[in-house]
Design a protein around this ligand. Structure first.
Ligand SMILES: *Cc1c(COP(=O)(O)O)cnc(C)c1O
Length: 376
């Protein structure tokens, strides 16, 4: 159709893994070379410096670099100590790792519903509490922190432990306080696609509790304490010193990362907010109590599968979270509950490109394509 002003087709991948490296190649090669020449690979100063910087940044007393966030979450519950039959409540819209950490630490994961902002429903939490309940494990999902004031209030009233899955939420805040610093312990992930990504696996445990710090530290390094004295049985789950050096370098400009992600979310909100076929996540300025870092931009959409196909045909990558199922929907894991709100959500949810590589022009192109799907 010559003469008709069609927007040129663009290619907008959901996430561009090579750019985790290529955008900062020169600086990364310098770090690689400098650390390599020192032979500083395991438990070296770069790791200690990064742990100190991370604790300072989040306002946590302690930070321990670990192999990945899944291990870190497990260390949190192992340090608290779960006995067979101990129940821990979590929201079923989360990564399997959340529930797995409860299970592998010896407890029973109890899935509950999500609320309107896609985070754990605190009414459902209260309903699920019974004499076997020992803990709550909120996921600070998509870079948003739950109402941790109310959650900690519930926990205190029922004498429950709280381990936060803050894998997606570094820098996210509720009433000015950082995700991962409310409960007894938390873990953050440095998986390459996470808001602060390394060039491989990596994670950190945060805690303000001296006892949990000691036990988690021992668990991550063969039972040794900070002095090297063996105090208990442990395993090896250490953050590589080289990854720590890279993460420390990236942490220094991390506030710009958050600013950019919030700017992308604001464009999506401005361009798509009027479509009644969609339910967008909370806007960056929607509620001053919440400061979201937008690990993902996850929304609900009518005719979700068709929308996904339409976007794909126009060069746009999208993702349906967690392989398309909530935790309790993986039948072989033996959950018997039905959670209608979560299940409806998983028929409708989709994530649009949200990362440091997508340009304003590309975000507008994505919005054009979403609009044209519903409006033509
Ligand atoms: C990524 C992620 C994890 C696991 O992090 P790893 O570092 O890959 O082990 C756990 N929970 C949530 C919500 C995540 O997004």
């Amino acid at each position: 159709m010559l003469g008709v002003d069609m927007p040129a087709k663009m290619n907008v991948p959901f996430f561009n893994y090579p750019r985790v490296y290529t955008d900062e190649r020169d600086q990364l090669l310098k770090i690689f070379d400098e650390v390599g020449q020192r032979g500083a690979f395991i438990l070296q100063q770069d790791l200690r410096d990064f742990e100190t910087a991370l604790a300072q940044y989040t306002g946590s007393k302690h930070a321990i670099g670990v192999g990945n966030a899944t291990d870190g979450l497990e260390f949190g519950w192992m340090s608290i100590g779960l006995r067979p039959g101990d129940e821990v409540i979590f929201c079923s819209h989360t990564m399997l790792a959340t529930a797995a950490a409860i299970k592998t630490a010896g407890g029973t994961p109890i899935p509950v519903e999500l609320a309107d902002d896609n985070l754990i429903d605190l009414d459902a939490v209260e309903d699920a509490i019974n004499p076997r309940t020992v803990g709550i494990m909120p996921t600070q999902l998509n870079g948003r922190t739950c109402d941790m004031e109310r959650l900690m209030n519930i926990a205190q009233r029922h004498r429950l432990f709280v381990v936060e899955d803050a894998a997606q939420a570094l820098g996210s805040r509720f009433k000015g306080k950082h995700a991962g610093t409310f409960g007894h312990a938390s873990a953050i992930s440095f998986f390459p696609a996470k808001v602060l990504g390394s060039l491989g696996d990596g994670g950190a445990v945060l805690t303000n509790d001296a006892g949990i710090f000691d036990r988690s530290f021992q668990l991550h390094d063969h039972g040794r304490d900070v002095e090297g004295e063996v105090r208990s049985w442990g395993r090896n789950s250490r953050l590589d010193n080289l990854q720590a050096a890279i993460l420390h370098f990236r942490l220094k400009s991390y506030d710009q990362v958050i600013t950019r992600r919030r700017a992308v979310a604001a464009i999506y909100q401005a361009r798509l907010g009027d479509l009644e076929e969609l339910q967008l996540p909370p806007a960056p300025d929607a509620n001053p109590d919440h400061f979201d870092v937008y690990q993902n931009y996850e929304l609900q959409a009518d005719r979700r599968d068709e929308l996904k196909e339409h976007l794909k045909a126009n060069g746009i990558g999208t993702l349906v979270q967690w392989g398309g199922k909530a935790v309790h929907q993986w039948e072989r894991l033996g959950f018997l509950v039905k959670l209608p709100k979560v299940e409806r959500f998983f028929r409708r949810c989709i994530m649009l490109p949200m990362n440091m590589f997508v340009s304003n022009e590309e975000v507008h192109y994505v919005c054009d394509q979403v609009r044209s799907f519903y409006r033509t």
